[in-house]
Unconditional design. Structure first.
Length: 250
């Protein structure tokens, strides 16, 4: 069931990226700038930068925008100094929210997030209030046409340290520990297996299920948070039952 909700979330995320491409460009540009600042502008030597650039290309970000973001990080052009932060809180129904932020003004961001949460029936919490409910994992999605066989994928993923391969009608999700994230990706590429997305995620250790109306309120809150330019990613422990998921898609 968790895998079922995972794929629904991926489809919603893709729809949002299509609708808000300008905002998606802003967010991924910040990821590129931060990665270049921390590890240099060489994509081949900076794994985090390579991931950010691949994410940019996946949403068709122009090459000149990508290079400009790299140059900001390396100091070749004037740059805003972004700070990476985590905010934690709760949504309707007690759903836990873990929000990753890249901001040049933490006071502005905190005020904005507090207002958005309050408006949608949630609240901002203290540091650590929900972090213990999540665990960092590598998540690699493989979908689309010409998928490898499950045996081929299992062999390439597990020998590089993957923990699990989840199958669905949409394709595969490979789950691994953060320290094996790069090795699993490299092994898949060497096996000529194309990756749809690859990201570090915060997986909930336990999930919360809600009725349709409350689930709508939580998703509306998450959508409002994701519209904010400073928000990079919002993770929650909401799990949609098949019945609620079907009702939401009508």
């Amino acid at each position: 069931m968790a895998g079922h909700s995972k794929w629904a979330n991926i489809k919603r995320k893709k729809e949002k990226e299509d609708a808000w491409r300008g905002k998606a460009f802003t967010k991924v540009a910040r990821q590129i700038t931060i990665a270049a600042r921390e590890g240099g502008g060489d994509i081949n030597a900076n794994f985090r930068l390579r991931m950010a650039v691949e994410a940019a290309r996946a949403i068709n970000m122009p090459n000149e925008n990508i290079q400009r973001a790299i140059n900001r990080g390396t100091g070749d052009v004037d740059s805003v100094s972004y700070e990476e932060l985590v905010y934690e809180g709760y949504g309707p129904g007690g759903v836990a929210l873990y929000m990753q932020v890249a901001t040049d003004n933490r006071n502005r961001t905190a005020g904005d997030l507090r207002w958005i949460l309050s408006k949608h029936g949630g609240n901002l919490g203290e540091s650590g209030c929900v972090a213990w409910m999540f665990e960092k994992k590598g998540s690699i999605i493989i979908s689309g046409d010409n998928l490898p066989t499950e045996d081929e994928l299992m062999l390439a993923a597990l020998e590089a340290g993957a923990e699990d391969v989840i199958t669905s009608d949409e394709g595969y999700e490979i789950v691994c520990a953060p320290e094996n994230f790069q090795a699993v990706q490299e092994n898949l590429r060497q096996s000529a297996i194309p990756l749809t997305t690859a990201e570090l995620v915060m997986e909930p250790k336990t999930t919360v299920t809600l009725g349709e109306e409350e689930a709508r309120h939580v998703l509306a809150l998450i959508e409002a948070l994701e519209e904010h330019d400073d928000i990079q990613t919002v993770f929650s422990n909401l799990e949609l039952t098949p019945e609620v998921e079907a009702a939401l898609s009508e």
